[in-house]
Design a binder for this molecule. Structure first.
Ligand code: XBP
Ligand code: MG
Length: 257
């Protein structure tokens, strides 16, 4: 059995609850700036999350929810402009410290670094958004903690395709049996499991009822001493805190036949 060498993290919903109060708000600000009457409320945004990628999500919204919209000939240009504005709003919002990391995330990252575990990011979101989150929560130097930040359009097929995980593993010179992935959504788990990565899920309000087939364990958080995580499905988390030893145990559970 391969040794656990690295932890690979999804970002949105996994490192932090960025969707409802971050991305959603930024999309709405970009729409308003452009004089559009489009508004994504919380339930609608939950539905739209089935489509990964912000540009892809806008395109899907227009096709499914605004079929009669009078759109310009250069739709790609409009979507690109809206998305650029959305990224500006999102990174500005994060810079205010509006979105904290989820419980246990900072603890696990620091423990992993001390234990010599390598770190990587595999996400659908735009690279600038990852940097903004890390800088606003852990400080500017934390961006260097990650050997690879595989993000956004770096691969043409976004999650649920496995491509972004393949990219991260290749960049780190690792096989899938040498890493443990952290995800929060069905699309994320489909992506990591298709890349043959043992996967830990921490659910959030938007993803609690998703199908996590193939995950090693499904938790409500990574847990903190005094605020233990609850195991919702799969391998139980001893002591309720996902630390270095628990990561190794879950990796073993996810890689043995
Ligand atoms: C998150 C996403 C992204 C963000 C928006 O996926 O689906 O689309 O909602 O980001 P993951 P962009 O959890 O895999 O990171 O607007 O930058 O695409
Ligand atoms: Mg996610």
């Amino acid at each position: 059995m391969a040794e656990l060498k690295a932890l690979l993290f999804d970002v949105d919903g996994t490192l932090a609850d960025t969707e409802r109060d971050g991305h959603r708000v930024a999309f709405n600000r970009a729409f308003a700036d452009a004089g559009l009457d489009w508004h994504w409320d919380e339930p609608l945004y939950g539905e739209l999350l089935a489509i990964t990628g912000g540009k892809e999500r806008i395109r899907h919204y227009l096709a499914q929810h605004r079929p009669d919209e009078d759109l310009p000939a250069d739709l790609d240009g409009l979507i690109a402009d809206l998305h650029a504005a959305k990224t500006r709003h999102y990174t500005e919002l994060l810079a205010t410290g509006a979105i904290p990391l989820r419980p246990g995330v900072e603890r696990l990252l620091r423990e992993a670094r001390e234990a010599g575990l390598r770190l990587g990011v595999a996400t659908t979101t735009t690279p600038a958004n990852v940097t903004a989150l890390l800088e606003s929560t852990l400080g500017p130097e934390s961006v260097e903690w990650f050997e690879v930040i595989a993000a956004g359009d770096i691969v043409p097929a976004k999650k649920p395709a496995p491509d972004i995980y393949h990219y991260a593993l290749e960049h780190m010179g690792l096989g899938p049996g040498e890493a443990l992935a952290f995800e929060d959504s069905a699309n994320g788990v489909r992506s990591s499991v298709a890349a043959s990565l043992p996967t830990v899920v921490t659910v959030n309000d938007y993803t609690r009822d998703h199908d996590f087939t193939g995950a090693v364990t499904v938790l409500d958080s990574l847990g903190e001493p005094g605020a233990p995580a609850f195991t919702l499905a799969g391998a139980a988390l001893e002591e309720g805190v996902l630390d270095r030893a628990a990561a190794a145990a879950l990796h073993r559970a996810g890689t043995e036949d």
